[in-house]
Design a protein. Sequence first.
Length: 504
Amino acid sequence: MEKTEEILKLDKPTFAISGGFLCIFIIFALFSTENLSAMVNAGFGWSIKYFGAYWQLLLLATFIIGLFLAISNKGDVVLGNIEKPELTRFSWTAIIMCTLLAGGGVFWAAAEPIAHFAFPPPLYGDAEPLQKAINALSQSFMHWGFLAWAILGILSSIVLTHLHYDKGLPLKPRTLLYPIFGDKVITGPWGAIIDGASIIAVAAGTIGPIGFLGLQVSHSLNHLFELPNNFFMQALVIVLAVLVYIFSAISGVNKGIKLLSRYNVMLAVGLICFILIFGPTQFIINGYVEGVGTMITNFIPMATFRADEGWLGWWTVFFWGWFMGYGPMMAIFITRISRGRTIRDLIITISILAPLITMFWFSIVGGSGLYFEILNPGSITEAFKGFNLPATLLAITTQFPLGYLISILFLILTSIFIITTGDSMTYTISVVTSNSTQPDSRVRIFWGILMGTMAILLISLGSGGISALQSFIVITAVPVSLILLPSLWNSINIANQMKKDQSL
C-alpha cells in the first residue's frame, strides 16, 4: 500500500513550513494575544519604514514594464504552448474579476471613499464637499486601480507560464527565481521556504475577507431580519462559506470556480444597472469620469507620495502589502487559466480593463455613499465611525429604492465574491503543497478548513485579532516582494525568448 504522502503527492517541507507556521499563529492568538499583537505591530512598523518606498517603486515599475510589453511586438506572443484558449473570454474575465477583486472590493468600495471624504488624504487636503468627493474617489481608484492589479500577476505569470508549460518546471512560486538560481532553487531547501512564505502571505490575505464576511453578514442579518449579531452567527456564516468553497474547489477550476464567477458577474451587472437607473446616476457618472481623470493627472505624485509615512501605513503601503501577498499565488492561478492568451491580452485585461471596471464599481457603491452623505450629512459617516465596514455598506444599500432587497442582493454578491476567492486560493495552495495541478481533495479540504478556522478564531478575539491579522498581512509582503522583484527583467527576457520560439 502506498504511503499517505505518496497518494497525496505532498511536498512535505513546504506543507510543514506553511501549515505549521499558521497553526503556531493560531496558538499564539489564542493564548498570548497581547504578546502576539506587540510582535506583529513591531514587525508592521519595521516593514512600513524599510520597505514602503521599495514597494511603491516595485508596483509602479511592474505596471510600466507591463505596458511596454503589451504595446511592443512581444504582445503577440501566445502563452501556454497551445493555440486556442481553454476558457471563453467571458468565463476567463469573470474568473479574473471575481478572484482578484474579491470580497474586499465590496467592503472597501463602500468604506474607503467615505473614509477619504471624512478624513481627506494629505496629498489633496480639505476642499468643498463635491471636490472632496472627487478626491476621495480618486484616492480609492489609486489603491484599487492599475498598480494594484498589475502586481497580481502580469509579469510573474509570463515567467511562470513559460517555465512551466514550455520547460516543464513545477507550477510553484520558487519557479519565479529559477532564471537566477537554477535547479538549486527547485530542488533545494530554499525552494520550500519560498513556497511556504508565499502560502503564508496569501492565506493571511484571504483569511481577512473570510472573517469580514462573517461580520458583514451577521451585522446585516441583525439589521434586516433582527437575527442575533453575535459570535455564533458570525462563525456559522463562515462555516457555511467554507463548506461551499471547499466543495467548489474540489470540483475544479473549470466547474466550481467558473460557475460561481459567471453568476456573480451577472448579479453584479444587474445591481450596477439597477443603481444606474434608480440611483444617483449623474453623480455616479460624473464621479467616475472626473475621479479617473484626477487620478491619472496625479498618478505619479500619488504613486510616489512619501510625505506622511503614518498615513501611508494605514492606506497605500498597507494595500500594496496586502496585494503583493497575493502576487506569486495569483500568478500560479492566472497561469493555470490563461493558456492560449497572448501577452497583450493578459496585460491589457488585468492591468487596464479590470482596474477600469473596478473603479466603476467603486463609483457605483462608494459614489452613491458620497452622494447620500452630501445630501444628508452624517447618514454614512456616522455608520462608518470606528471603521465599521459592515455598517457602512448597509447604510448605503438601504438608501436605494427597494433598499431591503438590494441589501440582501449585496450580501449574496459579497458572499460569492469571497467564496470564489477562498475557492481559488484553496485550489492554488493545494497545487503548491501537493506537487500536482490536480491536487487530492483531502489536501484542498485541509487548507479550506484551516483558513476558515483561523478566520473564526481571530474574530472570536474581537478587534485585537483582526488588527493583528491586518498588520501581519503587511509583514508577509516583505519576503514576497523580494520573490516578485526578478520578474521585472525576467519577464522581458522570457517574452523575447518566446517571441523567437514562435517565429514572431
